[in-house]
Design a protein around this ligand. Structure first.
Ligand code: HEC
Ligand code: HEC
Ligand code: HEC
Ligand code: HEC
Ligand code: HEC
Length: 222
């Protein structure tokens, strides 16, 4: 009987198979690394803004509450970005000639809103609602980080599905008293973990939060 595969062909076949297997492993490792990397999640990246607005100065330094500028965060899906008039309540008197603020003055004169580059954004197929999170006591800092220390806004968390689900499956440790929602530096509970645990358990009951339903696909993909 004639030999179909020579000995060398067999070795070559094995070598090719081995190479394919290695490539597959490399591809999986690369994809895994990529999904976690800041390229994919955009964590820590800043955008060029039309005006170099600093949360560090306005929130950390001047102590302005988030809701002064993001006024719909408690009542709507969207936190909202401030109208030019909101900046002008102060900047019609302060830094009135500063070149840095020229786009603000131009916007007020023309009525054209400032086009801020968005930093915190989900794909269109995901449903998110600020008001429910705020009503339940999930503070801004949980999702947006130490905004009061950011000279330019950057994304603090990956905003991927696994990140949402991590909290949805066990929200209790993330809940804070309503009056601390916009506070960036509230650390009372680090001194009293037992009070923290009790508060979480109590609020889960009081609000009727059911983690078993919070990972239903239809909750975020409607
Ligand atoms: C409650 C008053 C107030 C409001 C409202 C306000 N600012 Fe300011 N802003 C200030 C003060 C005070 C300074 C000077 C801060 C400093 O030097 O520490 C300042 C400084 C600035 C600067 C100079 C760079 C810096 O951060 O020091 C820019 C740019 C600026 N503001 C943009 C804005 C924009 C844009 C808005 C609207 C979204 C706004 N501000 C709203 C009070 C305000
Ligand atoms: C004086 C007005 C002002 C105050 C106070 C303020 N912000 Fe902002 N915020 C802005 C402006 C203007 C932008 C758009 C420019 C930028 O990204 O820096 C913005 C952008 C943001 C963004 C990014 C939105 C996006 O998708 O690009 C987040 C998140 C945010 N603010 C959170 C907060 C939080 C949390 C607080 C309170 C701790 C706060 N802000 C207080 C004016 C304000
Ligand atoms: C549970 C997480 C979470 C909490 C808590 C939260 N945010 Fe957000 N925020 C997001 C997500 C996710 C987006 C992107 C939404 C989108 O693109 O649809 C966002 C977007 C924003 C934006 C961009 C404009 C907009 O309306 O989408 C601002 C401003 C903002 N948040 C401010 C705040 C402030 C201020 C607080 C606290 C009072 C807060 N957020 C609390 C997750 C959160
Ligand atoms: C730090 C905790 C936390 C994070 C992070 C978080 N959530 Fe939530 N989410 C909650 C809590 C608490 C509730 C309220 C549950 C309840 O009252 O039953 C909630 C409720 C919701 C609801 C239900 C709203 C409604 O009208 O019923 C949606 C939708 C939602 N979250 C989407 C998201 C998405 C999308 C993300 C990620 C981008 C996210 N959440 C991240 C804690 C969180
Ligand atoms: C708490 C909110 C939430 C729930 C619940 C949820 N998702 Fe998602 N999902 C997201 C977010 C946020 C993204 C966007 C991820 C990104 O941009 O990287 C996403 C993305 C996706 C994608 C796009 C591919 C990807 O992974 O980026 C698919 C497919 C998906 N979800 C399927 C599901 C299925 C199936 C379920 C139910 C088992 C589910 N999701 C439940 C928030 C949620």
């Amino acid at each position: 009987m004639p030999q179909i595969f020579t000995a060398t062909a067999d070795t070559r076949l094995r070598a090719v198979l081995l190479l394919l297997a290695l490539l597959l492993v490399a591809a999986v490792l690369f994809a895994g690394g990529y999904m976690q990397s800041s390229y994919a999640t955009l964590v820590g990246w800043v955008q060029d803004q039309p005006v170099p607005f600093s949360h560090q100065h306005h929130v950390g330094g001047l102590g302005i509450d988030c809701r002064y500028c993001h006024s719909t965060v408690e009542v709507s899906e969207h936190a909202g970005l401030p109208a030019t008039e909101v900046c002008m309540t102060c900047h019609s008197q302060l830094w009135t000639g500063a070149p840095m603020l020229a786009p603000i003055r131009r916007s007020l004169a023309t009525g054209e809103p400032i086009r801020w580059q968005r930093v915190a954004r989900l794909p269109d197929y995901v449903y998110f609602d600020h008001s429910i999170h705020i009503a339940r006591g999930v503070p801004c800092v949980e999702c947006h980080g130490r905004v009061d220390q950011m000279p330019l806004m950057k994304r603090a968390e990956p905003f991927q599905m696994g990140w949402c689900l991590d909290c949805h499956r066990n929200p209790a440790p993330h809940l804070k008293p309503p009056e601390q929602i916009t506070r960036m530096d509230w650390t009372e509970w680090e001194k009293d973990p037992e009070a923290h645990r009790l508060y979480g358990a109590l609020m889960m009951k009081a609000y009727g939060i059911e983690p078993s339903t919070l990972d239903d696909c239809s909750m975020c993909h409607r």
